[in-house]
Write a protein that binds this ligand. Structure first.
Ligand SMILES: Cc1cc2nc3c(=O)[nH]c(=O)nc-3n(C[C@H](O)[C@H](O)[C@H](O)COP(=O)(O)OP(=O)(O)OC[C@H]3O[C@@H](n4cnc5c(N)ncnc54)[C@H](O)[C@@H]3O)c2cc1C
Length: 374
């Protein structure tokens, strides 16, 4: 156990932890940045190859050090990784790598944190361990007897090994949608299983990123924003019901603000669906040895099934916080602000209609300001 009492302990050296560390350092605060992996931005290093930011560069930088001017409007996964490396170097941040936090608890007026290597104490604790931490893997009847390959989107790198194969992607979120394009580009025959109605929005409207429109409209009520945007979205995306995709009753902004669910930002998937290159099916009812039976009774064989079924935060496993800190799914109820009077802060746990990285940048600055005023 290190005996120095620090101003803060930060858990996680992804965008949220790095941003908070940079802001704390500028404010002259003492802290330690703990990371279970061996490099910064670990989650971005293992995302699928084709990934590009869905949010534009102008609104995706971390505080006090912008994404490079020569990057495209939507930087690639590798460019984000390089940027996070540069960000840590620029601020001379020295995360303690290969230290996984196993327990964080409040002992009197301080936070006591135990990692796989050491123990630390600080007045404040910042949890930036990632909303998208642990794969969410649903179970269906018969899944154990399926003879093809099942992988979660977190394990998917690219479609090169699926050439000429029938591949089912489960879940039309932003990862699932881009993987369909990737599979098709690699010569696979992709299909998608969609459980519920989906809000589809274009990445840009007449050259303006949808995110920018969201920022301009953020003071307006959700339903009004959705009503204002609906005609443009309809004109650009069209009616998708003939292709098997239903629209929910709530519009995209209402859905994010009220349910924390991000809409599907189309980067070309819808065109592939309309052209018949991607087949749309309803939810899976059960697996068969060679494929699946869908809820509409149709049976189809697939060589592989990619579960783009999302992630869940798992901080509750190691964080002992006061009752009322988490919702029923284990997600923190507060992000970017102090949690009650515990000197506890979460960074990156609010699903924002205007982009997570933009939100993380604002939260990090606000957390650092709060900690340095203690
Ligand atoms: C596929 C994908 C695409 C995305 N695209 C965009 C986009 O275009 N625009 C946008 O704004 N947002 C996007 N996001 C959302 C969000 O910006 C990213 O998930 C971002 O990486 C979140 O940063 P973070 O620091 O909160 O979490 P993470 O990047 O997940 O970092 C958390 C870090 O904490 C570490 N950690 C976890 N538990 C422990 C522990 N117990 N001890 C020590 N270390 C621990 C992890 O190893 C990890 O390095 C995307 C998310 C995903 C999954």
């Amino acid at each position: 156990m290190e005996t120095t009492l620090l101003d803060a302990i930060i858990v996680g050296a992804g965008p949220g932890g790095l941003a908070t560390a940079a802001c704390l350092q500028r404010a002259g605060q003492s802290f330690v940045l703990l990371e279970r992996q061996s490099q910064v931005g670990a989650s971005w290093r293992t995302h699928y190859d084709r990934l590009h930011l869905h949010t534009d560069k102008a609104h995706s930088s971390l505080p006090h050090y912008k994404l490079p001017g020569n990057y495209p409007r939507y930087p690639s996964r590798q460019q984000v990784v390089d940027y996070l490396d540069d960000y840590a170097d620029h601020f001379k941040l020295r995360p303690r790598f290969n230290e996984e936090v196993k327990l964080a608890q409040r002992v009197g007026p301080v936070w006591s944190v135990t990692t796989t290597q050491a123990g630390y104490q600080a007045r404040s604790l910042v949890v930036a361990a990632g909303y998208n931490s642990e794969p969410r893997v649903p179970a269906w009847p018969g899944m154990d007897h399926y003879t093809g390959q099942v992988l979660h989107s977190k394990q998917y790198r690219n479609g090169s090994t699926f050439k000429d194969q029938d591949v089912l992607v489960v879940g039309l979120g932003n990862s699932g949608g881009e993987m369909l394009i990737d599979l098709w580009e690699h010569g696979a025959r992709p299909s998608i299983a969609v459980r519920s109605p989906v809000n589809v929005i274009p990445r840009e409207v007449f050259g303006v990123p949808f995110l920018t429109m969201g920022i301009l409209q953020r003071g307006l009520p959700s339903r009004l924003v959705d009503a204002l945007n609906a005609p443009v979205t309809r004109a650009l995306i069209g009616d998708l019901r003939p292709y098997g995709l239903q629209r929910p009753a709530e519009g995209p902004i209402t859905q994010i603000r009220e349910q924390g669910r991000v809409p599907f930002i189309d980067v070309g998937t819808i065109q592939l669906i309309k052209q018949g290159h991607v087949k749309v099916y309803p939810n899976i009812e059960r697996f068969t040895p060679g494929g699946v039976v869908f809820t509409n009774g149709r049976q189809r064989d697939f060589s592989a099934i990619v579960l783009a079924t999302g992630f869940k935060p798992v901080v509750q496993h190691w964080l002992q916080a006061a009752p009322g800190t988490f919702n029923a799914d284990g997600a923190p109820l507060t992000s970017g602000r102090p949690v009650a009077d515990q000197k506890l802060y979460f960074c990156g746990y609010y699903i924002s209609p205007t982009g997570m990285l933009r939100e993380i940048a604002m939260e990090a600055q606000s957390i650092a300001r709060h900690i340095s005023q203690q």
